[in-house]
Design a protein around this ligand. Structure first.
Ligand SMILES: Cc1ncc(COP(=O)(O)O)c(C=O)c1O
Length: 373
């Protein structure tokens, strides 16, 4: 009988799903990893018009339509003053495919991939699927990733380290100084830094900085997406930015695994990137208000929580049995260990949920916390 590949046997379905399945139908779900806002109307309309005019019936170029890649390149100039050649971008099926391509193209069997722990669930799984060895590193007390911890973890076998700011599951935002350090480490140690920037626009304090701006070599590849910024998780549209050589290798994987990103989604993404940006500002404003309510509510419940500066997650320290207790009382929170072994003793709360529900959830959290103390 054909056995299953070890690479795949070493990966399990995300622990987040298990929590959702355990929740009752009327539970308040603070487990969701996607904005609760509509995709901007102009992006939807662009896709509808492209479909109706027959522009989406065929494959696009493997890298994506020239217009979308122009829009991606223009975005880096507009947002960060970074010059990107549209030829050095690939439109992908979400940030997820972009991460997969970056790891497949750069990690040989048994090479090491360093990533934050707690960190986004895909880093560990995609490393294993690429045949690599996961090297999780712990975070500072404020839940940011310390460049020194990354540098200490680098060995002869290191192929890649992953930086994610703003971060899932912590909401932490790396400083400019940290990002300069990550770029220096990538340059000096000649290892690839994959910078996962899918939450780049959801920042409340300070600004997002990309290590791409600071690196002197081509050792930074950027992953981003429309998913979170434009509330387009269902459209499946992300991208990669890297040097010509790196794009060429990642394109080999993309070409055979995917051919091209979905054409309607590419038209929607082009409109989202080039059209009015007010819907983004409105969404980020709403997230910031909710962030304040959530942090206050958690602190009032007696929980210790670093104030998240971005994304739409908070990660309080919680007593043993806390996630089960809040789940029993009708609130879904994801146990921190779903994001790595250092996540134990924490929980991730998403505030991509309406204010009334959030307030109701915080009341339940208050009484549940008292019950397990
Ligand atoms: C840190 C991080 N990177 C990448 C992704 C993947 O995003 P996409 O929906 O664009 O595939 C997510 C989704 O939750 C994420 O949280």
């Amino acid at each position: 009988m054909t056995e299953f590949a070890t690479r795949v046997e070493n990966v399990s379905i995300s622990g987040i799903r298990e929590v959702f399945e355990a929740a009752g139908d009327d539970a308040i779900n603070l487990g969701l990893g996607q904005p609760d806002f509509p995709t901007p109307a102009h992006a939807r309309r662009a896709a509808v018009e492209a479909i109706e005019s027959g522009q989406t019936d065929a494959y696009t170029s493997n890298k994506g339509t020239p217009q979308l890649r122009e829009a991606i390149a223009a975005k880096y100039d507009r947002d960060y003053g970074i010059e990107v050649d549209p030829g050095n971008t690939i439109a992908t099926s979400g940030g997820s495919e972009a991460l997969h391509l970056a790891l497949e193209a750069h990690v040989d069997p048994n090479q090491e991939v360093i990533f934050p722990d707690p960190g986004f669930v895909s880093y560990d799984a995609l490393t294993r699927i690429a045949g690599g060895t996961p090297k999780p590193v712990s975070l500072r007390d404020d839940l940011t990733l310390d460049p020194a911890a990354v540098e200490d973890a680098i060995t002869e076998e290191t192929a890649v380290f992953i930086v994610n700011s703003p971060a899932n599951p912590t909401g932490a935002v790396q400083s400019e100084a940290d990002m300069r350090e990550f770029a220096r480490i990538a340059d000096e140690h000649d290892v690839l830094c994959i910078s996962d920037e899918v939450y780049e626009h959801i920042v409340f304090e300070g600004e997002h900085h990309s290590p791409l701006k600071f690196a002197e070599t081509d050792n930074v590849v950027v992953v981003s997406a429309c998913s979170k910024t434009y509330s387009m998780t269902g459209w499946r549209l992300g991208w990669l930015v890297g040097s010509g050589d790196r794009i060429d290798r990642m394109l080999r994987v993309h070409q055979y695994a995917q051919a091209c990103a979905s054409a309607p989604a590419q038209f929607a993404a082009e409109a989202a990137l080039t059209g009015p940006q007010e819907p983004v500002a409105e969404m980020v404003g709403a997230f910031e208000e909710r962030r304040d309510v959530v942090v206050d509510g958690l602190e009032d419940a007696g929980l210790e929580v670093p104030t998240p500066s971005g994304a739409f997650y908070a990660m309080p320290r919680v007593p043993e049995g806390w996630c089960d207790e809040v789940l029993d009382r009708g609130v879904v929170a994801v146990p921190g260990e779903a994001f790595g072994s250092n996540g134990e003793g924490y929980a991730r709360l998403s505030y991509a949920t309406g204010m009334e529900e959030l307030k109701a959830a915080l009341e339940i959290i208050d009484s549940a916390t008292a019950a397990v103390r």
